[in-house]
Design a protein around this ligand. Structure first.
Ligand SMILES: Cc1cc2nc3c(=O)[nH]c(=O)nc-3n(C[C@H](O)[C@H](O)[C@H](O)COP(=O)(O)OP(=O)(O)OC[C@H]3O[C@@H](n4cnc5c(N)ncnc54)[C@H](O)[C@@H]3O)c2cc1C
Length: 377
């Protein structure tokens, strides 16, 4: 194997997590030869772009105190690390539905107080936008969104300045333990295309179990959802407003700065279907072959019952993406990280971030890892 194909670490996946971990290894842990593989033609092209852009401040998680509290810790760090990507000064409303909500307005207020998330009653001109028969209370929250385009630009500039080698349009297929130590990854492209490193970081989100060969599957059960968020042009009054209806089969309407529109997601209609991860279905292929018949009008119709003004919003497009979550969080909606160090493939880590700001939880884990680079020369 030629010297050019040997690295200190190989990242599989150029989403937010793969990029941040590559930069951490380069800048903080003395890795000098890092290769980042991304199957798409640009960075942050999948879940890190196709999401609701919410920088979580805990408000979303009345059923998972741990996730809410971690969000409170990570939020200020994210705000100060990526000010260029954070869109502030938005009016963020959390409303509590009268029926079918898992919290009442009073319980929700208490929860926000407990986790230290600032909350106040929304003024009349905002609460008046909602249907009083269906909505018990409307609150103002301090929450922000991020611009995925700004994060993508930042990531590509930083990776270049840190000397990380980037291979876009390159998919890792298989992993095998190399006889002399370390791991070899087979790639798409010319037959025999291979790269080798003592450390492999599998940050491939929906593709976490997609490597063949000696890759041990993730031991934590995963669930994939094929999701749709519809992109709306909203009436002027809602232009700088985000709305989340708590806590049940409802909707969220969030500014989506990367496209200058709003995303509308709906608990009932956004997941078109879901399945437990298994060896037979490649989630990316499942999405590629999906007919993408939009449910946007159904989302809009239901959300307009609570917020009548939405009826005049115009559907512009939809974002379809695979959302991967841990099966164990189905009931509480918590979004912890998954961090697995594979015993049978030493030096190989698999990492899944439930949400963007959780990346700090991964970095904390990595701080405790010992890396020995003497063998990679
Ligand atoms: C519909 C939806 C809404 C969401 N809303 C929010 C929100 O409002 N706020 C929030 O914080 N989080 C949200 N999330 C979660 C958030 O998007 C993810 O936690 C985060 O983007 C995960 O980052 P990642 O880098 O692990 O994944 P990705 O960005 O998906 O990166 C993984 C990359 O790996 C690449 N890849 C996969 N397999 C291979 C392979 N074999 N070889 C090479 N490349 C490969 C993929 O192409 C992809 O680019 C949402 C997610 C979805 C889907």
């Amino acid at each position: 194997m030629s010297a050019a194909q040997r690295y200190d670490a190989i990242m599989v996946g150029g989403g937010f997590y793969g990029c941040i971990i590559a930069l951490y290894l380069a800048r903080r842990r003395g890795f000098s030869r890092i290769l980042l593989l991304e199957q798409e033609s640009e960075l942050l092209a999948r879940a890190s772009f196709h999401n609701q852009a919410r920088i979580h401040g805990g408000y979303h998680y009345p059923r998972s105190l741990t996730t809410a509290l971690r969000s409170r810790i990570n939020l200020p760090r994210f705000m100060s690390d990526w000010p260029q990507a954070v869109v502030q000064n938005l009016t963020m409303l959390y409303a509590v539905a009268r029926q079918n909500s898992k919290v009442t307005a009073r319980q929700y207020e208490r929860f926000c107080r407990e986790v230290g998330a600032p909350l106040s009653a929304a003024p009349g001109h905002l609460s008046g936008l909602f249907t009083p028969q269906l909505v018990e209370a409307v609150f103002l929250a301090e929450e922000h969104v991020f611009n995925a385009m700004a994060l993508r630009k930042w990531a590509s500039e930083e990776l270049q300045s840190a000397g990380v080698t980037l291979r876009l349009g390159t998919r890792a297929h298989g992993l095998r333990r190399a006889p002399g130590g370390g791991m070899t990854l087979t790639l798409n492209g010319p037959p025999g295309a291979e790269v080798h490193a003592p450390y492999v970081f599998n940050c491939s989100y929906a593709g976490l179990n997609g490597l063949s060969g000696d890759f041990p599957r993730i031991s934590t059960p995963l669930k994939h959802e094929l999701t749709e968020m519809t992109l709306l042009e909203v009436p002027n009054v809602l232009r700088d407003v985000g709305i989340t209806m708590m806590d049940g089969p409802f909707f969220s309407l969030m500014p989506f700065p990367a496209r200058g529109l709003h995303t509308l997601s709906h608990v009932r209609y956004t997941p078109h279907h879901s399945w437990q991860d298994d060896a037979t279905t490649d989630p990316y292929e499942a999405l590629r072959h999906y007919d993408r018949h939009s449910r946007g009008s159904r989302m809009l119709r239901d959300a307009s019952r609570y917020l009548p003004m939405l009826a005049s919003a115009r559907q512009q497009d939809s974002l379809f993406e695979i959302k991967t979550v841990l099966v164990k969080n189905e009931g509480d909606d918590g979004r912890p990280i998954l961090f697995e160090r594979h015993e049978t493939a030493p030096g190989c880590y698999s990492i899944l971030g439930g949400k963007i700001d959780n990346v700090y939880d991964v970095l904390e884990k990595l701080e405790h890892e010992h890396f020995d680079l003497r063998t990679s020369a």
